[in-house]
Design a protein around this ligand. Structure first.
Ligand code: URA
Length: 206
């Protein structure tokens, strides 16, 4: 099986997950979308109403803004991968509970290990808290951070070293003009971060 097929298989398995209560109230599981060969994986919080209706991540108002920003840096959905901390919509769009995020982590961890992205971009505080605990979004947004693990301290099967880029959640910028500007400014730095990680790949892709 190639990477794309493996990811399809994994996402299909996810559709029959009922390990937490969220599956009882949502319409459908929203595994994620994009390329298995993506250099970037974006990670949001969880599906909202539109995502729950369509089965696709970031298709509501926040998703439209995300698409706008992707086009500014000449990327399309097909070039990246987008997933969420939880794959099922929390009732009334409440925050996912720690227990729900913990249970759903097993799926996200598998997706990341399959795709092996150069860069993981956290969207908002839920994914930031998971990957870079203790960091404040107001201090680290627009920054690339390298997380290194020693074998003994590892709590998951992510690579020993992974680079993250921190962004505010696009929904936070929808009705806030100055936040919108900050997010666009941070977004525009993504190509540079990718180039620093691997100049050869960036030349080939652009
Ligand atoms: N917000 C998220 O965090 N994820 C989605 O898929 C949609 C909105």
């Amino acid at each position: 099986m190639n990477k794309t097929e493996e990811l399809e298989k994994l996402n299909k398995e996810m559709l029959s997950c009922s390990k937490c209560e969220l599956r009882k109230t949502c319409n459908q599981v929203v595994p994620g979308e994009g390329s298995a060969d993506a250099r970037i994986v974006f990670i949001g919080e969880g599906p909202g109403k539109k995502e729950d209706e369509t089965g696709k991540p970031f298709v509501g108002a926040a998703g439209k803004f995300l698409d706008e920003m992707l086009s500014i840096i000449k990327l399309k959905r097909e070039d990246i991968y987008i997933a969420n901390m939880v794959k099922c919509r929390p009732p009334s769009n409440r925050d996912p509970l720690p227990k729900e995020k913990d249970i759903c982590w097993a799926w996200l961890e598998k997706q990341i290990n399959l795709i092996k992205p150069d860069l993981i971009i956290t969207l908002g505080r839920h994914s930031l808290e998971k990957f870079l605990p203790g960091q404040r979004i107001s201090e680290v947004h627009g920054k690339a951070l390298r997380r290194e693990f020693s074998k003994s301290s590892k709590q998951d099967s992510l690579p020993d070293e992974q680079i993250f880029y921190v962004l505010y959640h696009p929904a936070a910028a929808l009705y806030n003009g100055s936040m919108r500007e900050v997010l666009i400014k941070d977004f525009k730095r993504i190509p540079k971060v990718l180039e620093l990680i691997n100049p050869k790949l960036s030349q080939k892709n652009n």
